[in-house]
Design a protein around this ligand. Sequence first.
Ligand SMILES: [Zn+2]
Length: 362
Amino acid sequence: MDKLVLKLDATIGYLVIGINRMYKEKGSIYNFPYNAKSIYPKQLLKGFNSLLELCLIARVRPPNSLHELIFEWVEDWISKWPIFEIHEFEKEHYNYSILSNGILSEEAIEIVYEFSHVSAIEDELNTSSFIKELRASSQDQGMFEAYRIVRKWIIENPYMSEETYLKLITRFNKYEDLIRKAYQKVEKGITYNVCPNCHNIMNTYINERYQCDWIVCRRKDSGKKKPKEEKKVQFILKRAFKKFIQRPGLIELDLYDSLIDLGYNVELWPHLDTYDLKVTHSDSELAIDVKDWMNPKALAAQLIRPSTFLAPQIPFYILIPNHHRETSNYIGIVKKNNRPFFENSNNQIYFVNDFLKQLPSL
Ligand SMILES: [Zn+2]
């Protein structure tokens, strides 16, 4: 990956982590005193300095204070920053802002996660350790089916009433700790607006209506459908779970249904969740992993073929949700940035709908 692109991504990462810390300390970036005595989070200063260097390289005017950075630059699309004079930067990958209406945008958070700054965002549980624990307890108890049920439950229930939560914990009492880690408690008695598409609580209010912060729902214009109003909400899924389990999970479950309709045998999260879907018909078999990453380079960097439970002759498909078609040459970029992975002709990559089109119905 190009050094300057890495620098830009790191700059964005530092700024997001720094701003996130300001929220933790003051509840809002607007409550922060912007004066000489302020002690700013060190990541914010690191991001600011790194941005100044990029401005110098691009020979453009930098933000002249942190105040200008926070109040003007970060609410704008990154692709509109003057540093895009640097020809290595591809504008279409940066069509999002760090803040949106004063809160961290979903895109900014995703980029940070994807470049594994996860540990810097406190209170967010590392989902992979969740999966590991869940797997370990399933293995011990020989109850992998329960793992599937709990995982499916999380995908279908990003929010719950207290009664439902208690029922879930009682039914799967062996997973109580894990369920507690996945959800956070919210205030009682407030009416929440629920996205009709992904069933998450909507917090963004634009043009007199609530909007989902997931780009897929915004593109489907879920705002046209009336959001469900929900008073009983008491537990909502934490952000990391939303990104790595719930939203990709919706795509995995959809794909599961489509493959069943085509006549295939399908198993979700086979071999203790080694990959997402195992598809079989008579004596042929294929493996699928759904990857919903904003940044194709970040995805390319972590692609590996699971060696345990997946024999070398079995085709392994990386499937990209259709909404990433809007990023130009998404698949080309993934392939270019991990040539060794694609040298194995049993490793393939497709958009979900192209993959389904080329599979025959049975
Ligand atoms: Zn939604």
